[in-house]
Design a binder for this molecule. Structure first.
Ligand code: FPP
Length: 246
C-alpha cells in the first residue's frame, strides 16, 4: 500500500476535485438507511481534507450536493443539510488551525437559511487563511453555472458594458461561480461509476480523470495517494505531441 511519502511533491496536482459517490450503496450493503452512508461519508471528507493539507495541495473541491439532489426524498435532503451544518460547526476550529480557507460554489440562495448562515460564517471566518482552499459544491450544477454566466454577460452586452468581440475564455471564467479556482488537474470519482454528472464541466477541460471502485465512506488516504500516483504517471499534453513536450 502506498503512502504520502511516495508522492512526488514537485508534480502535485494543484486542483483536485472529487465526486463523492456511493454513500447510499455503502449503507444498503450494511442493511442501513441511506443517511447512514452520508453520516459516514463525513469522516472521509475530514480525512481527505487532512491528507490534501499534509500534501500541500492548494485547491480541493468537493461535490457535496447537486442541483439534481433536491429531487431526493425529503428525509435524505434534510439529513444532508443537517450534516452540513454540524460538520461546519465542528470543523471550523480545525480549518482555522490548518490555515484552510473554505469557499462554496452553487446556487446559494436555494439552500436553507440555517445552512447558508453557517456556511457564510465559516467562509468569512476562514477568509484570511492562506493555506489550502477547500470548496464545497452545494446546490451546484455546471450547466446552471454556465447558463448564469451567459445571462450576466448578455446583460452586460445589452447595457454596452462589454462588446461581443471582447468575450473570451477569461471573461466567461470571471462570470462562473468557480471564478476563483484554477482549472482542475485531477478529478476523482468514487463508487465505480464513470461519469461526470454535471460537475465543473468548464473547469475539467484538461483534467485527468480517475475512477475508483470504492464507495465514498470507505475512501481513505491510500486511495487518494493511488489517484495522485496515477496522475503523476500520466503525460499531460494539452493538445501538443509527446515530442513537443520533451
Ligand atoms: C453521493 O452518494 C453523495 C452525496 C450526494 C452527498 C455527499 C455528502 C457527504 C459525503 C456528507 C456531507 C458533506 C460534507 C462536505 C460535510 P449517493 O447518495 O449518490 O450514493 P449512491 O450512488 O450509492 O446512491
Amino acid at each position: 500500500m502506498h503512502t504520502l511519502e511516495d508522492v512526488n511533491k514537485d508534480r502535485l496536482p494543484q486542483h483536485v476535485a472529487i465526486i463523492m459517490d456511493g454513500n447510499g450503496r455503502w449503507a444498503k450493503q450494511r442493511g442501513k438507511l441511506r443517511v447512514f452512508g452520508h453520516e459516514n461519508g463525513v469522516e472521509s471528507v475530514r480525512q481527505t481534507v487532512e491528507s490534501c493539507a499534509k500534501l500541500q495541495i492548494p485547491f480541493l473541491t468537493l461535490y457535496a450536493f447537486s442541483t439534481e439532489n433536491w429531487n431526493r426524498p425529503k428525509i435524505e435532503v434534510d439529513t444532508l443539510m443537517k450534516l452540513l451544518v454540524t460538520a461546519l460547526k465542528k470543523e471550523l476550529k480545525t480549518l482555522h488551525e490548518n490555515n484552510i480557507r473554505l469557499k462554496a460554489i452553487g446556487k446559494m440562495d436555494t439552500l436553507p437559511e440555517k445552512v447558508r448562515k453557517e456556511l457564510e460564517e465559516v467562509i468569512f471566518k476562514t477568509s484570511k487563511n492562506t493555506g489550502m482552499t477547500v470548496t464545497l459544491a452545494l446546490s451546484y450544477g455546471s450547466r446552471e453555472e454556465i447558463k448564469t454566466a451567459v445571462q450576466q454577460i448578455a446583460t452586460k452586452v445589452k447595457n454596452n458594458i462589454i462588446s461581443p468581440e471582447n468575450i473570451d475564455e477569461a471573461v466567461i471564467n470571471t462570470h462562473l461561480y468557480a471564478h476563483f479556482l484554477p482549472d482542475v488537474d485531477l478529478l476523482i470519482r468514487t463508487s465505480g461509476e464513470c461519469r461526470i454528472s454535471n460537475f465543473l464541466l468548464w473547469q475539467i477541460a484538461y483534467a485527468e480523470l480517475y475512477f475508483i471502485d470504492v464507495f465514498w465512506p470507505d475512501f481513505r488516504e491510500h486511495h487518494l495517494v493511488e489517484a495522485i500516483l496515477s496522475y503523476q504517471n500520466r503525460e499531460r499534453r494539452f493538445g501538443k505531441t509527446s515530442e513537443q513536450l520533451n
